[in-house]
Design a protein around this ligand. Structure first.
Ligand SMILES: [Zn+2]
Length: 285
């Protein structure tokens, strides 16, 4: 009898502690939303044949996800080297088409510090793609594991002529010996469905987006440049694309996931949407 009671108590204890640990893991995921500054550009770069000639300011989002199994950064924004002169020297002529405005405290390193972390705490840096407003500070993370599509890595080093302007080779010139996971398929980062990398090629040859599943917030699809603006979800072709067909299929894919999971698509460069976000140091869980 005592033995039975003991084993029943033990199994109850195990069950409770198991449940507590699962619960603790879930609720411990925090997603921070922030920006590395703004870009001013002609809206026609984002919505082909729509509002061409209208200059707009757009955010340059970055995301920090604090998961029990590691700190994750999704995109590192614009290089801090654009800060002194709005990119005139570091970016060169492209800084006249995409005009950056950024302060030093908007760099990803300082954003991490603003939540008590440092670049060396980051386990994974996930890159949507290597354009100048997304992978600008990759060199700050020599000890992290970098996750990028194999196709993106190859094409960032030797882009098609018509896509070359948006790649700044100096952003990643020193990173060849970094630890890269070169994806050729989708990946569930921690095996728990919380962070899933999906193929959204089209904007570039190796673009990827991130599905983040949070216990309270639900499913959020971080589109990055697979969909910049609300118009892109309504059928307006994105202005900068490597392959229109692939780009439009990627948008449909994200919409399917959104609808299936009753989630949201968080657009890559929509100021209207971004202004509704809870920003770092606040977070989504
Ligand atoms: Zn972008």
């Amino acid at each position: 009898m005592i033995k039975h009671l003991f084993s029943a108590t033990l199994s109850l204890f195990l069950m409770v502690s198991l449940l507590t640990s699962i619960h603790a893991q879930d609720s411990d995921i925090k997603m921070y939303v922030t920006t590395s500054g703004e870009l001013q550009l002609d809206q026609g770069w984002l919505t082909a044949m729509t509002n061409v000639g209208t200059m707009i300011d757009i955010p340059v989002p970055m995301y920090i996800i604090d998961h029990p199994r590691g700190l994750v950064v999704f995109d590192t924004g614009m290089s801090v080297d654009v800060v002194p002169d709005n990119g005139a020297e570091y970016w060169g002529p492209v800084s006249q088409a995409f005009i950056p405005s950024m302060t030093r405290d908007q760099g990803i390193d300082e954003r991490l510090q603003q939540i008590g972390k440092s670049v060396s705490d980051v386990k994974y840096v996930i890159h949507s793609h290597f354009h100048l407003d997304h992978a600008g500070n990759i060199a700050m993370f020599p000890n992290a594991t970098h996750i990028v599509r194999k196709a993106e890595l190859k094409n960032a080093w030797w882009p098609e002529q018509f896509q070359r302007a948006a790649y700044v080779l100096d952003d990643y010139m020193e990173t060849r010996n970094f630890n890269f996971i070169e994806l050729t398929e989708d990946m569930d980062l921690f095996g728990d469905g919380a962070i899933e990398l999906i193929d959204t090629k089209g904007h570039t040859q190796g673009h990827q987006s991130l599905i983040v599943r949070l216990p309270n917030t639900g499913t959020v699809i971080l589109a990055a440049d697979a969909a910049y603006m609300p118009e892109n979800l309504q059928g307006t072709i994105p202005g900068i694309v490597w392959n229109v067909q692939e780009a439009m299929e990627a948008i449909e894919r994200m919409k399917l996931i959104r609808d299936r999971e009753n989630g949201e698509i968080w657009l890559g460069h929509s100021m209207e949407q971004f202004q509704q976000r809870r920003l770092l140091p606040e977070y989504y869980d």
